[in-house]
Ligand binder design. Structure first.
Ligand code: ASP
Ligand code: MG
Length: 405
């Protein structure tokens, strides 16, 4: 007998039929003699609807009230699930975040979990109940409802699994697992049976939307292996686990792309101490995160500085830089929204050389121009023209021997 935490995402509980399907899966796990704690998301689309209603009243909506509102999405699904399980003859109880003692800080709409009490969950399990916990929500020290940021029920699941020292943490979603590339772009993409936390973190931050980043950080810190799998079939999915020696043998485990990029160039800025800070500090102060930065020396005392920001922050960043350009006497500000970032990721890069040159050669063979490059210990990213994104992903997938046979 094991203690199993299962999390189901919004599409898996999108209507009553799907809730019933999921209930049957939960019931089977229970019938095998396991203790089961279930974490649920809101029905698909509900959180978006709630946000858009709030924004019609007043933008930005008050963050505390926003969390009171958003928490209702998960309140709906956990109660319906408990009722469904009861109707099938099982003992089941729903719990909201505060009842499950999920204690967070008070940063409404993006709170972080500080502690999990788990005593009430344990006592319900001891009574033989299936415990159905609302994901995405918690409570701060003063008893107010908080939410954990979009996709936060993944983090709820990992945190509850850590708090209960569960034997397994299964995250059920609408995809079969983690793939070597987006299967919608690359027909030869393969499902990975295992991936390391660090690789998953890189993939999640680069646009693979399967797991909330914070849930992976949490899992790594508290040693919770995550099994990502589909709620629509019985297939094994992908295990997200600590790195091992076998993983190092594979140079690249995945290729990702992100079209959510744009770049801004300040031309002919004076090449002096403090200039990069004068250009980039106002962007940071506007709450915009800069990803890549390059600086080229052009003439003896002039330089060009280029950086990338998310597309959604492009207009705001351009406005900021036009002002900066005037203040510092830059020649002009150029903007480009038609770019994308393609990346190769793998812990094997730590012990293999020549990965970057192989990547550049693969892009060159397709006549794809590289506009910017950045690297980390286990990732190499290139900014390219957006229209070549799919071609680049497929070319890299082949070049790094990831294609399925
Ligand atoms: N319902 C929340 C969202 O849509 C949390 C989650 O689904 O993980 O972001
Ligand atoms: Mg999700």
């Amino acid at each position: 007998m094991a203690l199993i935490v299962q999390k189901y995402g919004g599409t898996s509980v999108g209507d009553l039929d799907r809730i019933r399907n999921v209930a049957e899966r939960i019931a089977r796990t229970r019938d095998q003699g396991n203790d089961v704690v279930v974490i649920l998301s809101a029905m698909s689309g509900v959180t978006d609807q709630l946000i858009s209603m709030a924004e019609k009243i007043h933008t930005p909506p008050d963050a505390r009230e926003m969390d009171v509102l958003l928490a209702t999405g998960e309140q709906t699904t956990v109660s319906l699930m408990a009722m469904t399980l009861q109707a099938m003859g099982y003992k089941a109880r729903s719990m909201l975040g505060y009842q499950a003692e999920i204690l967070t800080d008070n940063r409404y709409t993006k709170a972080r979990i500080l502690d999990i009490g788990a005593e009430r969950i344990k006592s319900l399990l001891a009574e033989g109940q299936i415990v159905v916990v609302a994901g995405f929500q918690g409570m701060d020290a003063s008893g107010d409802i908080t939410t954990l940021g979009r996709g936060g029920s993944d983090t709820s699941a990992v945190a509850v699994a850590a708090g209960l020292k569960a034997d397994r943490c299964e995250i059920y979603t609408d995809v079969d697992g983690i793939y070597t590339a987006d299967p919608n772009i690359c027909g030869k993409a393969r499902k990975l049976s295992r991936i390391s936390y660090d690789e998953m973190l890189e993939m999640a931050s680069l646009g693979a939307k399967v797991l909330q980043i914070r849930s992976v950080e949490f899992a790594k810190k508290y040693d919770v292996p995550i099994h990502v799998r589909s709620s629509f079939n019985q297939e094994e999915g992908t295990m997200v686990v600590h790195e091992d020696a076998n993983m190092e043998k594979v140079v690249v485990s995945g290729v990702t792309q992100s079209k959510n990029e744009s770049r801004i160039t300040l031309r002919k800025v004076p090449d002096q101490p403090g200039i990069a800070s004068r250009i980039l500090t106002p962007v940071a102060e506007a709450g915009i995160s800069v990803d890549m930065i390059i600086q080229n020396t052009r003439l003896s005392n002039m330089t060009d500085l280029t950086f990338t920001v998310p597309k959604s922050d492009f207009d705001a960043s351009m406005a900021v830089e036009k002002k900066v350009a005037e203040e510092i006497g830059a020649a002009e500000v150029l903007g480009d929204e038609n770019i994308a970032k393609v990346s190769v990721i793998g812990v094997g890069m730590r012990s293999h050389s020549g990965v970057a040159s192989k990547m550049f050669a693969a892009l060159a063979a397709e006549n794809i121009n590289i506009l910017m490059i950045s690297t980390s210990e286990i990732r190499i990213s290139c900014v390219i023209e957006e229209k070549y994104t799919e071609l680049a992903v497929r070319a890299l997938h082949t070049a790094f021997d990831l294609d399925s046979q």
